[in-house]
Ligand binder design. Structure first.
Ligand code: EPZ
Length: 437
């Protein structure tokens, strides 16, 4: 268990390299199961969700080697078509293995990803997509078992642009017999990243980002090489931190073209933003204003994952901010903790109304989900005094070394584990008992 100790009340100033995208790394790593060779993934973020995915890859029979931020995945050996319950419980997005395992092995069995802190996580669209390619799917005792010796191409019409279902459909279709069209597909940048990699592996796929994805199945796929795209949500989080605390931050290895709705909201708040090819500079010196209404939508709309950090940045903004969360049912679980820091927020169903306050104060709070935890860290930076943020195991799923990142941006943050303070310069032997020497 770990706690992030943040001392707020000072403006930020610093530079940070944006980590590789968690929501691209996971499907990319799952895709390596489809190949009969070695895949290389560069710019891989150091996250517990990536570690969980690597454990699954190794369990099904891949050999995975790590060298800095590079992961080498060799899937040339025999592959096991099932993911054990305890691995599925660790990370609900492991359902992304369904399409790849079914395509490689002709069968796949994994437990249903239970409801999580964001509300129920149905997989009906994943099931519909795989059935459209000829899979027989049964559900018993909370496990989903799929069989189909050879998937056949078909038309997959997604009624809602589910990111995971789109990715599962792509992974199942690229080695199916014949052609597949996915309509109503998600258009997130991570889908484009997956398409790029699948092409590098020899797949015939086009249309990612347009909502209509066309695939012509190929019998085999070779290993490919991919540099994982920057994490637009991590970038949004650190920009929100600077909007909240004030100051000037520079994010490099960023991808501003994937972040338009977030950058527009921050500009409406009074932030000055300059962008380059892979650079975002945000400065907020004067008044912080409400961004106005924020409604989360599938890409290219305002991303649901950026809603909690932007809510935190709005807490001391002049005016009233209305947020409507249209993607997940319970994505306001961070609100009570923000209220304990002095925020004025009222929620009703999908709507949250934030009235700007003069001051926030530090508190002992606990993250209950990944982006909610990030919101608490953003609020802590603009609060007077010290905040102890527990439940960091949620945050470390998606943010690489958040303490180090906030420190690089000029914040005061330290990760406390078992009462040991791990900072930038642990002293030799630090944290061990004296007699250890
Ligand atoms: C991906 O989740 C991301 N996770 C989420 O990020 C992100 O919030 C979400 O897409 C939306 O952008 C990863 O990529 C690992 P969905 P996913 O399927 O694929 C409903 C984070 O914080 N739905 O697009 O699970 C679902 O209930 C995480 O990094 C069905 O009804 O999201 C939700 O209301 C959180 N049936 C909506 O679609 C299904 O079969 C969007 O879900 C699947 C989804």
């Amino acid at each position: 268990m770990s706690i992030l100790k943040i001392t707020g009340g000072r403006s930020l100033s610093g530079s940070l390299r944006v980590q590789g995208a968690k929501n691209s790394a996971l499907p990319l790593l799952a895709s390596s199961v489809l190949t009969e060779g070695l895949s290389v993934f560069r710019n891989c973020p150091r996250l517990t969700d990536v570690e969980a995915t690597v454990r699954i890859l190794r369990h099904v029979g891949c050999r995975v080697y790590e060298e800095g931020d590079v992961l080498y995945v060799d899937a040339s050996g025999p592959i096991l078509p099932e993911v054990p319950d305890e691995m599925m419980r660790q990370m609900r997005s492991s359902v992304i293995f369904l399409g790849a395992l079914l395509s490689r092995c002709g069968e796949a069995c994994l437990s249903l990803p239970g409801g999580c802190e964001l509300g129920p996580r149905p997989v009906d669209l994943h099931v519909m997509a795989l059935r459209a390619l000829g899979a027989e799917i049964t559900e018993a005792g909370g496990r989903l078992c799929c069989r189909c010796p050879r998937l056949k191409g078909g038309h997959i019409a997604l009624p809602t642009p589910s990111v995971g279902a789109t990715e599962n459909a792509m992974l199942a279709a690229v080695r199916a017999e014949g052609s597949t069209v996915i309509t109503g597909a998600a258009r997130e940048p991570e889908i484009l990243d997956l398409q790029d990699h699948l092409r590098a592996c020899g797949a015939l796929v086009a249309g990612a980002g347009s909502g209509v994805i066309r695939i012509r199945g190929t019998k085999k796929l070779r290993g490919g090489e991919k540099r994982i795209m920057p994490d637009r949500i991590a970038a949004a989080t650190y920009l929100a931190a600077c909007a909240a605390a004030g100051g000037r931050v520079r994010l490099y290895d960023a991808c501003p073209r994937d972040m338009d709705p977030v950058l527009q909201a921050l500009r409406r708040m009074g932030c000055r933003i300059e962008t380059g090819e892979n650079l975002i500079v945000l400065e907020r010196r004067g008044t912080l204003r409400s961004p106005g209404p924020i409604i989360t939508r599938p890409h290219p709309g305002f991303p649901t994952d950026a809603q909690p950090p932007l809510m935190a940045a709005s807490l001391k903004a002049e005016g009233t901010t209305v947020m409507i969360e249209t993607i997940f049912e319970s994505r306001y679980r961070h609100v009570p903790a923000l209220q304990s820091m002095g925020a004025d927020i009222r929620t009703a169903g999908k709507t949250a109304v934030i009235r700007g306050v003069e001051k926030l104060h530090g508190a002992s709070v606990r993250a209950s989900d990944l982006r909610g935890g990030a919101a608490l860290a953003v609020a802590a930076l603009s609060a007077e005094g010290e905040t102890l943020l527990g439940g960091m195991e949620h945050v470390l799923r998606g943010y690489e070394d958040m303490a180090g990142a906030l420190t690089a941006l000029g914040g005061e943050a330290r990760l406390l584990e078992d009462g040991i303070v791990r900072g930038k310069d642990p002293r030799p032997g630090y944290g061990r008992d004296a007699e250890d020497g």
